[in-house]
Design a protein around this ligand. Structure first.
Ligand SMILES: *[C@@H]1O[C@H](CO)[C@@H](O)[C@H](O)[C@H]1NC(C)=O
Ligand SMILES: *[C@@H]1O[C@H](CO)[C@@H](O)[C@H](O)[C@H]1NC(C)=O
Ligand SMILES: *[C@@H]1O[C@H](CO)[C@@H](O)[C@H](O)[C@H]1NC(C)=O
Ligand SMILES: *[C@@H]1O[C@H](CO)[C@@H](O)[C@H](O)[C@H]1NC(C)=O
Ligand SMILES: *[C@@H]1O[C@H](CO)[C@@H](O)[C@H](O)[C@H]1NC(C)=O
Length: 559
């Protein structure tokens, strides 16, 4: 029955470095008025801000002028809240009724789908050809690396080759020199796959020459090195191109490897192996798992305390006080992948109300960072927004969550790094949901020492906390939310709300609806977008849609 459900598909989008990272805004909550959101400010925000008395306190004229110019051309003067009719309506309604709709935290329907990999797998044992080695150099953000490794394991199996523990190239965007073993448990990786693929730490002496340095920027000159492998290549491509090189040289390198293996046309066993690697074989190292567990516990305790406080109006003085008072807390928290970050915003080619300064700043960022042409820039911002291609603003995320029925006492764990426009952009969300937490607000400096400033380690920490969140909301289409949503579907299903941005655009544009109408519409739109397993449509990502490839269904499961 799940097969026939109507639900909007969302293409897996992988904008250049659209992946995830680092640190989030950690500011304190404070409330102040949203009254300065005049439409004029919206359009000419910078000019007005520039004129409205910044730094006119007796500074010499030249410096006043340069400040004025700075303001005029600063993208960091974000516009105020935009959807005032909804914000005001909501405030009014909240005064009357602030109870959660029943079933808000319930997991979505599984439609009978269950994981069917038992960890030891039903995968035929390896057919290892002696002296045939596959070496992969993975690149990108953490979950591009994750996908690289899963694909590499599968390719090694297809080619009967031994796999060298994948090498992680430090990317210019993510700037994290962590090696495979700094992020993933190597012993577990090897032993979990020991029946299927022979994985080695080091090459035998006759291949010792085959190092990343040997190929560095010379891959195309080395006959056993493959760069620019076509995206989603079929197994035949590997048999035709990589296999002969393996036979001649004994070792082949796949350089800047990631999304280079098709989701279609693989032998059943290869798909099973890819699922197994994705769900079982890639385990983060202990420091990541340990801290994630602690943060989840703190969030749950906080949720419980806030619930209690709301129920009893009891004022508890501090977390210190409460930790001892509330044992075995199991409150609900929400995980948010806000991803309203500059690279994402620039790549989306959308407009966020910051006037000419924003447009210029983002255009210059695109030129610098993406180098190649960003195709979305050929569309108008209005078209992109209507089309559902623009990340929601923090304000819109807040309205969506409130519309779905989440109460302001809900703790929200916000993954990722600093939002574009800084705290001022986040403020409308924080006004609605004051308990925004990040790894920086929840963990101590000492606890974070091992993680900073490594973007992969921080992303892994975020991932594990979000994996355990009671409800997850993603605001972008990238590797991180795709892999995460797939894992939540596989493990639960756990509730993962996938916003329908095109439908939301239509809702936000309608200023004549009441909060109740808005809220009902939001719920109706997202009824079937909560992380239930749906059969993967052809060519869609197996990492995002684990059914039916990695799951089976009673009573007609195919394993
Ligand atoms: C209050 O809101 C909840 C959830 O939205 C709803 O289920 C309930 O019926 C409302 N109660 C009143 C009295 O309106
Ligand atoms: C791998 O080994 C199996 C079993 O010996 C064989 O059937 C298959 O053709 C081999 N494939 C390659 C690419 O060597
Ligand atoms: C926190 O708890 C510790 C030990 O229980 C106690 O010594 C300390 O005074 C408390 N701090 C505050 C701010 O209550
Ligand atoms: C968005 O644009 C694509 C391609 O132009 C189109 O196929 C799709 O229907 C559009 N979606 C919406 C919701 O307008
Ligand atoms: C706006 O919302 C109201 C109330 O739901 C609805 O009656 C109206 O048709 C909507 N307008 C548009 C343009 O969609």
């Amino acid at each position: 029955m799940g097969r026939s459900r109507s639900f909007k598909l969302h293409k897996e989008l992988n904008p250049a470095p659209a992946e995830d990272v680092a640190v989030s805004p950690s500011a304190n909550s404070s409330s102040s008025s949203r009254s300065f959101a005049l439409p004029l400010f919206w359009l000419f925000g910078l000019a007005i801000a520039g004129l409205s008395g910044y730094g006119l306190s007796g500074a010499p004229l030249s410096s006043v002028r340069s400040m004025w110019i700075d303001q005029l051309f600063s993208e960091y003067i974000p516009p105020g809240p935009v959807h005032l009719h909804l914000l005001n309506e909501r405030d009014r309604i909240l005064g009357e009724n602030n109870s959660e709709p029943p079933g808000l935290w319930d997991p979505p329907k599984s439609y009978g789908w269950k994981p069917c990999l038992d960890g030891n797998g039903n995968i035929p044992v390896k057919h290892r050809v002696q002296n045939r080695y596959l070496q992969v150099f993975c690149t990108g953000g953490l979950f591009q690396l994750h996908i690289c490794v899963c694909n590499a394991v599968t390719v090694a199996w297809l080619l009967n080759a031994s796999l060298v523990v994948p090498y992680f190239e430090e990317s210019a965007v993510w700037k994290d020199p962590s090696a495979f073993g700094d992020i993933y448990d190597v012993e577990h990786f090897q032993s979990s796959l020991k029946n299927e693929v022979h994985i080695v730490h080091q090459l035998p002496p006759e291949f010792e020459w085959s190092t990343p340095q040997y190929y560095e920027s010379k891959c195309l000159e080395r006959p056993n090195c493959f760069l620019y492998i076509p995206k989603h290549s079929k197994k035949e491509w590997y048999f035709e191109n990589v296999l002969p090189a393996l036979e001649s040289y004994g070792i082949v390198v796949l350089d800047r490897y990631h999304h280079r293996l098709s989701f279609e046309g693989l032998p059943y066993e290869a798909t099973q192996l890819r699922c197994k690697t994705n769900f079982h074989s890639l385990k983060f190292v202990k420091p990541i798992l340990d801290l994630a567990r602690k943060l989840v516990k703190r969030l749950k305790i906080k949720a419980k305390v806030l619930q209690k406080r709301a129920q009893t109006k009891l004022i508890l003085t501090s977390m210190n006080d409460t930790e001892t008072r509330i044992k075995n807390a199991n409150g609900h928290f929400l995980g948010l992948h806000l991803r309203f970050e500059k690279d994402m915003i620039a790549h989306s080619a959308c407009y966020y109300g910051g006037g000419l300064a924003e447009k210029n700043a983002l255009a210059s960022y695109r030129r610098k960072t993406f180098k190649t042409f960003v195709p979305k820039t050929q569309f108008s911002a209005e078209y992109l927004r209507r089309n559902g291609s623009c990340p929601l603003t923090p304000e819109e995320v807040g309205l969506l969550l409130a519309g779905l029925g989440f109460q302001s006492i809900t703790p929200i764990y916000v993954a990722g790094k600093k939002s574009y426009g800084g705290e001022a952009r986040v403020k409308p969300l924080r006004d609605m949901f004051p308990h925004l937490e990040t790894k920086l607000t929840l963990a101590s400096e000492t606890e974070l020492e091992w993680f900073l400033p490594f973007s992969h380690k921080l992303a892994a920490l975020d991932f594990m906390v979000l994996l355990e969140s009671d409800t997850f909301l993603s605001n972008s289409a990238g590797n991180f939310p795709n892999v995460l949503t797939g894992q939540r579907t596989f493990l639960g299903p756990r509730k993962s709300i996938h916003p329908d941005k095109a439908a939301l655009f239509a809702l936000f544009s309608n200023t004549s609806q009441s909060w109740i109408e808005f809220s009902e519409a939001v719920n109706a739109i997202h009824k079937d977008r909560q992380g239930s397993p749906y059969p993967r449509p052809e060519r869609y990502s197996i990492y995002r849609y684990p059914a039916p490839d990695c799951m089976c269904r009673e009573p007609m499961g195919h394993l």
